[in-house]
Structures are given as C-alpha cells and as structure tokens.
Unconditional design. Structure first.
Length: 369
C-alpha cells in the first residue's frame, strides 16, 4: 500500500503543472477555448495471480493483493483547429518489480513509477487530416489503440505487452475519410524521454482501416441502442505495419485486425507477425507471433459487457495458449465502472517461462475523458 500511495502522490504532483493550464484558458471563453480534465483511477482486488513474465511482462506479482493499479491525470485543451493534450500516468509494479514493461514508452528519466503517455500538440484543420507532434500512441495494433479505461477486459492480450510498443516521441499524420481511415508516424525508438531520446533508433508505423458498411470505431460496445446504426450489421478491417527499432533494430511487424458489430454482439480479432531482418533474410530465432479473438455481448441497456477471450503467442520456439472471460458493469454514471475477469495460460516450461500461469481480479475504475 505504501507503493500505491507513492504512485498516486507522484502522479498528482507531476500533473499539477498540466492542470495549471485550465485556469488560464478559462479566461478565454470568447475565443472558444475548451479545456477538459482527464482522469483515470483504477484500483484492483487481485484474487489470484501466478505470473509468467515471458508470456506477459504486465503480469502482477504472485498471490492475492489490494493495489492501486493505474492513475492517469491530465488536461485536453482545444482552441479552434489546435489541440494540446498533456497526460501523466503512474502504475503499480509488475511481477518483475518495476511499474512498466520493457517496451513501455514515455518514461521520465530518474522517475520510476511515472511516465507521460499522450502529451502532444495537434493541428486539426479538417476531419480528413490532422498533424500531431509529441509523445504519441504508436499507430500499430487495434489493441494498442483502445484507451486503458475503455477495454472490455481488465488487461489487454498478453502478446501486446510482450511484443508491441505503446507510446513514443515523434510526429504523426492521419484522418478520417469516411469509409477509410489512416494514421502514419515517424517516431524515436527510445522508451525514455531524456537527452539521448533521438540516439536510440527510429521506428516508422502506420495503420489503415476500412468501415465499408457504416461506422464501427474503437469501442463499438459503447454504441447506444438509440444510435441509428445500432440495428445494422457492420464491420471494420484494419492493417498495421511497423519497421525499425522495437526491442531490437531492423524489426518488421504486420498486424491485421477485424471488428464486427450487430446490435448487442461485438467481436474483435487480430494477429501479429514480427521478426528481425538482415537484408531480406529473417534473423534466426527472432520471429514472434500472437493472435486474439474476443466475442462479447452488451446487455441491460449498455450497462453490462460480457466478453470471452482466446489468445495465442509464440516466441523463442515456445507456444503459449490462453483463455478467459470478463464482465464490465457500468454505473448509472458510466464514468464509474466495475470490472471482473480471469485468464489462464498454458505453456511448455522453458528456461524463460514457468509454464501454466493465471490471474483473476476485480477492478474499480473512474474514467473522465
């Protein structure tokens, strides 16, 4: 609990500087300035945990526990075509004894438990085009695009934390063309925002998605029953490509994804292939693969999500299979959410993997965005 208090105090202290923007912009109402508080607080009752850091470096320490899982605090300010977003995050430690995984970006030098996730300036002249500069979400993988507070499962698919970057410093362009959306970025490979941030390699990433039958979005399970598209079957298909330095240089990764919705039913699926290349040849032992499918139902007037998950990953010649289920209950004010879920994984024991692992938890979330 002392660690949890430390996380909370550190995040609030760092975010206070960002929060100071709100009083200043409030004086400029005639200029149509819009300032919004950003807040995510997640507390866990960990019922059981047997971690396997090789399969998922986000795994919690072993055994039951109460912990402050995540705190995010920041501001989002819009003035005409311009936008400024500042967001700090603190996390509890993983089973490895550190709060963030090896691929977690936005980390601050000499600060262990706090990082910045989305801290950027943007120019958005039209829906079809926007330009962002700063600490940004890497436009790769459907699972990485969904904000932590909106996930149907308490934790994301294991291979996402193990294989994929989340936030990096760089510049990105994207837009919504109606039935087609796009986003491309050039980013530093560094996970730490220090004076050497541009000396640790570069990665280039992009994601293209199509919604040919109607809007789907990143969180279709939150689409209201009164929405005119609710009764229509719709689907979205996306493709992400990344090249550059992730855990190592010359990494090429490809990730197709799929989402379908019809009324209360939503299913999402994605697959990733990543490998290091030397010229046109794959470096021996560098291939990584992962896949996940999550079908679910949204019931009781959008108050309850019921979701199942099946996932698989392969790295270092070893396979890991996982299965789980989760419930998300929304209060009358949907900013208050209660999650409950479990996942069990099976793997062949290796020098870096313990074999079978699992987690089960209940999480209370407060989400303001």
């Amino acid at each position: 609990m002392n660690q949890a208090r430390g996380v909370g105090r550190a995040v609030v202290a760092l975010a206070a500087a960002a929060a100071g923007l709100a009083p200043r912009v409030a004086l400029a109402d005639d200029a149509q300035v819009d300032a919004r508080l950003l807040l995510l607080v997640q507390g866990d009752a960990m019922l059981a945990s047997k971690p396997d850091l090789a399969a998922d470096p986000q795994d919690a320490p072993a055994g039951p526990a109460l912990r402050l899982r995540t705190v995010q605090v920041g501001d989002d300010v819009t003035l005409g075509d311009f936008r400024l977003r500042v967001l700090f995050e603190g996390q509890a430690s993983t089973a490895a004894g550190v709060p963030f995984t090896p691929l977690s970006g936005g980390r601050l030098p000499s600060v262990e438990s706090v990082r910045t996730t989305e801290t950027f300036a943007a120019w958005v002249p039209t829906r079809a085009f926007r330009l962002d500069v700063g600490s940004l979400r890497v436009p790769f993988s459907l699972s990485r695009q969904v904000p932590a507070g909106d996930l149907r499962f308490p934790e994301g698919p294991p291979f996402v934390a193990a294989f994929l970057p989340d936030f990096r410093l760089g510049a990105a362009a994207g837009g919504d063309l109606g039935e087609l959306g796009y986003r491309v970025a050039v980013m530093s490979a560094s996970t730490v925002l220090d004076r050497d941030v541009f000396d640790r390699g570069v990665l280039v990433a992009g994601r293209l998605w199509a919604e040919p039958l109607g809007p789907v979005g990143l969180t279709p399970w939150r689409r209201a029953e009164t929405d005119p598209w609710y009764d229509w079957f719709r689907f979205a298909a996306g493709l992400s490509v990344l090249y550059g330095t992730v855990a190592a240089p010359d990494t090429l990764a490809v990730d197709p994804d799929f989402t379908a919705q019809w009324r209360v039913f939503v299913v999402t699926a994605e697959y990733i292939y990543a490998a290091r290349y030397h010229g046109t040849a794959v470096v021996a032992g560098s291939t990584q693969q992962g896949a996940v499918v999550e079908p679910g139902l949204t019931l009781l007037g959008r108050r309850l999500d019921v979701t199942a998950r099946a996932d698989w990953e392969r790295a270092g010649g070893a396979d890991v299979w996982g299965a789980g289920a989760a419930l998300t209950a929304y209060a009358p004010d949907p900013r208050l959410r209660l999650h409950a879920g479990f996942e069990r994984r099976w793997a062949q024991a290796t020098p870096t993997s313990t074999g079978a692992s699992y987690w089960a938890l209940v999480r209370l979330s407060v989400v303001i965005d």
